[in-house]
Design a protein around this ligand. Structure first.
Ligand code: SAM
Length: 289
């Protein structure tokens, strides 16, 4: 049995009523009800029998069904027991689908993949994300918690815009810098709030990310994240004052390092490019330049 009947408010309402479920705001339960958007997302994913896909927050399964139908192996992590019950009833017999009822914030995705799939190639990540976990999930992808080759993610439009914000713009921040060092946004389209049930207060955007290795010094990746977050936590201060104290360096040493990178030490974090941050981090942490 497949749940193809989800593409209207009436159908989703009926389904929820049948299972005696409500939409939980705290879990960002705004369900997609537009087949065209589903198809555009699927086109971006390009799923096929060779793929291993992690879907986060499958809900009643408007994306899950077609992903499984593509022949891909799908690991779906959903927090809500009620949604898992629906998914089990409609798709549970499909051996390509592993359904995990859990809070994705608490699961070790790498262990989960190993448990279900053993050896697996880099995965594709697909999600219509609940807004409250978007940033933390992005940072997990950027830190390569699991090997991934593509992520097709629906998120709040404002967050998606932060990923591609130009230097010195108000949206330019830690997520922009860390994101652009770790992945590239290869496409994106805006999704109106009207194609969800219930409609959220803001519009969304679907973006496709592909990892890149430009930072390429994993031993200091955590330090790099820390440096960038620290710099933007005090974004009104100049970069030296914002960073100090860091890695046991005096202000003078930090100032010299900033200069060595070719950056005026009077500049603020929002005026440094991602490349400059990467160089700075490399110099501060492993002295290789
Ligand atoms: N994929 C469905 C769709 O496109 O209609 C549902 C998307 S809805 C925006 C977000 C989904 O994520 C909900 O089903 C919600 O229950 C689930 N969710 C929320 N928080 C979660 C968490 N921490 N871990 C796993 N799933 C979560």
């Amino acid at each position: 049995m497949e749940n193809k009947e989800l593409a209207s408010p009436r159908e989703i309402k009926k389904l929820l009523q049948t299972y005696n479920l409500a939409c939980h705001k705290k879990w960002g339960q705004n369900f997609l009800i537009d087949r065209n958007i589903v198809n555009k997302i699927l086109q971006e994913v390009g799923a096929g029998p060779e793929d291993y896909i992690i879907e986060i927050g499958p809900g009643p399964g408007i994306l899950t069904g077609p992903l499984v139908d593509s022949g891909a192996k799908v690991l779906a992590v959903e927090i809500d027991h009620g949604m898992v019950k629906i998914l089990n009833d409609f798709l549970g017999t499909n051996e390509r689908l592993c359904l995990v009822q859990s809070d994705v914030q608490k699961v070790n995705l790498s262990q989960l993949c190993c448990f279900y799939w053993g050896n697996f190639p880099p995965v594709k990540i697909v999600a219509n994300l609940p807004y409250y976990i978007t940033s933390s999930l992005l940072y997990r992808l950027f830190s390569r918690e699991i090997p991934w080759e593509k992520a097709v993610l629906m998120m709040q439009k404002e967050v998606a815009q932060r990923l591609t914000a130009p230097v010195s713009s108000p949206d330019y921040g830690a997520l922009t810098v860390i994101g652009s060092c770790s992945a590239s946004v290869t496409s994106g389209f805006v999704v109106s709030r009207s194609v969800f049930y219930p409609p959220p207060k803001v519009d969304s955007m679907v973006i496709t990310l592909e990892p890149r290795g430009f930072v390429n010094y994993p031993e200091v990746e955590k330090d790099f994240f820390e440096l960038v977050k620290r710099a933007f936590a005090k974004r009104r201060k100049n970069i030296v004052n914002a960073l100090h104290p860091l890695a046991g360096k005096s202000k003078e040493e930090l100032k010299e390092t900033v200069k060595y990178v070719g950056v005026d030490p009077g500049k603020r974090a929002e005026e440094l490019t991602a490349e400059e941050f990467a160089k700075l981090s490399r110099l501060i942490y492993n002295e290789k330049g």
